[in-house]
Design a protein around this ligand. Structure first.
Ligand code: CO
Length: 135
């Protein structure tokens, strides 16, 4: 089962400008900035109660975020839910007919194992499952 709404991922073109905007909007500074080389994205995270806002900017022309912003406006890119056992949830969703975008969990930002569910199988919403990596 998906538990907490872990974060909303927002696709932005200018990470510096978006960070300044969300710092003003939320009335607080981000708690983390992280480059995810495997996804070619720079991320900035804000804690908002029990959930987070993840700002995402592409760092190369073939980054998924760069390609997304060639077709769509800036804004909500994905909705991320926390899971306790990502492999079990991936198997459950596969059995329910959802199309997963990765066969195996992969390392995402903010110490998470992640898997994405194709928006075509999830009501038009790109869904991210994430499990905290305990280190
Ligand atoms: Co995310």
């Amino acid at each position: 089962m998906l538990t907490n709404l872990e974060h909303l991922g927002l696709a932005v073109k200018d990470l510096t400008a978006a960070t300044a905007l969300y710092t003003k909007l939320l009335g607080q500074e981000p708690y983390k900035q992280e480059h995810v080389a495997s996804e070619a994205v720079d991320t900035v995270f804000f804690q908002v109660g029990g959930s987070k806002i993840e700002l995402l900017a592409g760092t190369s022309p073939d980054s998924a975020i760069t390609r997304y912003l060639e077709k769509k406006p800036e804004g909500i890119h994905h909705v991320a839910f926390e899971v306790d056992d990502i492999r079990a949830e991936m198997a459950r969703l596969r059995a329910e007919g959802f199309q997963l975008l990765n066969e195996e969990p992969k390392r995402g930002a903010d110490n998470k194992l992640v898997c994405f569910v194709h928006p075509k199988s999830a009501g038009g919403v790109l869904v991210e499952l994430c499990q905290s990596i305990k280190e």
